[in-house]
Ligand binder design. Structure first.
Ligand SMILES: [Mg+2]
Length: 184
């Protein structure tokens, strides 16, 4: 069975650290995070955590929250890349609040693998706290993950990497492909 892999950025994408003075005392998970990660995991997606913070910081966050969803976690210590190239971790998608990685990916024609979400607490996020969840859900295409298991192998390969996108999003150009495929 082919499983799609999704990498998630940490800070401002999944939540923010709770700080008391100079000490991190916890992690504030953003709205929709638990529901999204649980749903993706139950649908069979492989979830990776990909942060450019240090291993020490990532481990501290994982000790507070999020650890149950991520079998693989990567920090700057293991992956000191200037931009998050999805080919490096062999993931189908990267969910990140930073436009920098998307812009770099665009130079290599990889932009459809990047899901740019509003950062937690950004004005866009405050206005619609679940928009980031819908962006991820529509882009990865739930029904494709269900269809994939019942398709012949050659068609599964065609499905791999075909996503969707909310109108106006960086991934919107893939939506036509998804609808066209579904109608057939
Ligand atoms: Mg971030």
């Amino acid at each position: 069975m082919l499983r799609q892999r999704i990498a998630f950025d940490l800070d401002e994408t999944l939540g923010v650290p709770l700080i008391d003075g100079a000490t991190m005392i916890g992690w504030q998970v953003r709205p929709g995070c638990v529901e999204l990660l649980t749903g993706l995991q139950q649908a069979g997606f492989e979830l990776c955590l990909w942060s450019v913070s240090s291993r020490r910081y990532v481990d501290k966050v994982l000790s507070f929250a999020l650890g149950r969803w991520f079998a693989e976690t990567y920090s700057w210590d293991e992956v000191p890349l200037r931009w998050k190239d999805v080919r490096h971790l062999v993931v189908n998608y990267l969910v990140d609040d930073s436009a920098f990685h998307l812009e770099e990916a665009r130079k290599h024609g990889l932009e459809s693998a990047y899901i740019l979400v509003p950062g937690y607490g950004d004005p866009q996020d405050v206005a619609d706290p679940w928009r980031w969840v819908r962006l991820v859900e529509t882009t990865v295409g739930w029904f494709l993950s269900l269809l994939r298991d019942s398709l012949p192998l050659d068609l599964r390969v065609l499905c791999q990497g075909v996503g969707g996108g909310e109108a106006g999003s960086p991934n919107a150009q893939c939506l036509d492909v998804k609808i066209d495929f579904a109608v057939r």
